[in-house]
Design a protein around this ligand. Structure first.
Ligand SMILES: Cc1cc2nc3c(=O)[nH]c(=O)nc-3n(C[C@H](O)[C@H](O)[C@H](O)COP(=O)(O)OP(=O)(O)OC[C@H]3O[C@@H](n4cnc5c(N)ncnc54)[C@H](O)[C@@H]3O)c2cc1C
Length: 422
């Protein structure tokens, strides 16, 4: 078994950022592997609401923001990929809703009128067609259609990872190795080596660039690699899911009284493992409930839904909470960053997309940084380059199976994460 492995790029983290990047790099001819310490998608990505924003949400207070500008071109790029004509192939990813609604709640308030008339919005949204409006909203105020759409995140992670199983490896397998040591960066005279402890024999991985796409885990990686910057910020959310038989599908922001960039409630609809419909609730409810116990947050969600949808029976539904952090680069006042972010130092790039929507923009930044540094595909300095893919093409290894140790000495792929309501 070789104790040394060489490749152009090592990506850390198998969320949307790392997986999108793996697809872009391999499409452009780079030898790249991705190391994941847990389940694929199991950080923020599988728990996101899957909304590909067109930017209008970030103009909810009536002005064009940096975020709305940065995001403007993303829906087209995602759609191209889903239709099989884009920079990567997402034709296996399921779209849950081709549009997203904006509802004023109790009626067309003055705030909603001002918002719809504002420069940021004028001409970019239109009243929803009658067949796009869920029955329980009909005749109850204005409903507008945003150009956003919603993806099924499980099928997204599967579509991004399935073609690359042989390049995706579960690290941190070997129980005899102290968890803190399962990877280690060792700096030599002119390069940095990554030591992966997957067996009794540590494996040295040599790469021209190490790219940290580990979400909240970037902080620990930054420390392990001996970097001082960048700093990570986390913004907590307490999301609520509710599942049961009487819930109609709903993909919608409900505006609050005073317009802000955060809607009172954001609802997306999914199905659980039994096929029952699930409403996944975010927005202001999730931001303001982070200090609540689960029972109190569920009560708050019930009050909101009872107020908005008095006709929906809330009895005998199953309620769950998820405490989760959004992980981003630190910004003054812990503000929400507008765009995808990378920081490059020596042979390390630290990357956060900051939104699922911005995964293509993040990959652009990384590709540009590689080009700027003269890191082009296939001219790696390592004389002991072995095949970049540890699993032969066409291998039948399944992401659902327990990972085996592959011939390269790197473990096989981790399983896919499942949504928390399953
Ligand atoms: C509740 C919620 C809802 C959201 N909804 C939306 C939305 O509707 N639309 C939108 O655009 N954005 C949304 N976002 C933001 C979006 O989900 C994130 O910006 C995006 O998923 C981040 O992807 P990522 O790959 O950087 O991180 P993650 O998805 O967190 O993935 C990081 C991965 O790295 C792994 N990892 C950690 N440490 C290590 C290590 N040392 N070595 C190897 N691997 C490691 C983790 O296990 C994980 O798999 C939402 C976020 C949250 C929390």
């Amino acid at each position: 078994m070789p104790s040394s492995y060489s490749t152009d790029i090592v990506i850390f983290g198998g969320g949307v950022a790392g997986l999108w990047l793996l697809n872009r790099l391999t499409a452009e001819g780079y030898q790249a592997i991705l190391l994941e310490r847990d389940r694929l998608g199991g950080g923020q990505s599988i728990n996101s609401q899957g909304i590909i924003h067109g930017g209008l949400k970030f103009a909810l207070h009536g002005a064009i923001s940096g975020a709305s500008r940065a995001i403007a071109d993303m829906p087209r790029r995602w759609r191209d990929c889903i239709e099989g004509n884009g920079e990567i192939d997402l034709s296996a990813c399921r779209m849950l809703s081709p549009h997203f609604l904006l509802w004023s709640g109790a009626g067309l308030g003055a705030g909603m009128k001002a918002f719809l008339g504002s420069k940021a919005i004028a001409g970019k949204t239109e009243p929803a067609a009658p067949d796009e409006i869920p029955a329980i909203l009909r005749g109850r105020g204005a409903v507008y259609r945003l150009p956003d759409f919603v993806l099924d995140c499980s099928s997204l992670i599967e579509a991004l990872s399935a073609p690359h199983r042989g390049r995706i490896h579960l690290i941190g397998l070997h129980e005899s190795v102290d968890a803190a040591k399962r990877i280690e960066f060792r700096t030599t005279a002119n390069s940095r080596e990554l030591i992966v402890y997957t067996t009794d024999e540590p494996l040295t991985v040599k790469a021209r660039r190490h790219i940290f796409c580990a979400g909240e885990g970037n902080e620990r990686l930054i420390e392990q690699a001996g970097l001082l910057l960048p700093r990570c910020q986390t913004r907590p959310l307490k999301m609520v899911s509710v599942s049961g038989v009487s819930l109609p599908p709903m993909f919608m922001h409900v505006l609050g009284e005073g317009l802000s960039a955060t809607p009172r409630l954001t609802i997306t609809s999914h199905t659980d493992a039994t096929g029952a419909p699930v409403w996944y609730l975010g927005g202001e409810l999730a931001e303001s409930g982070t200090r609540c116990a689960d029972a109190a947050q569920i009560d708050a969600a019930k009050r909101q839904l009872a107020d908005l949808f008095p006709e929906v029976c809330l009895n005998e539904l199953r309620w769950r909470c998820l405490d989760i952090n959004r992980a981003e680069p630190a910004s003054p006042g812990s503000r929400r960053p507008d765009n995808a972010h990378i920081s490059a130092e020596q042979d390390i790039i630290v990357a956060w997309p900051t939104k699922l929507t911005l995964a293509p923009a993040l990959a652009d930044l990384v590709m540009q940084s590689l080009r700027d540094d003269g890191i082009t595909p296939g001219v790696g300095p390592n004389p002991d380059r072995t095949e970049g893919s540890a699993l032969p093409p066409g291998s039948s290894a399944s992401l659902e199976n327990a990972p085996e140790l592959l011939a390269s000495g790197l473990p096989g792929p981790p399983p896919l994460a499942r949504p928390f309501w399953n």
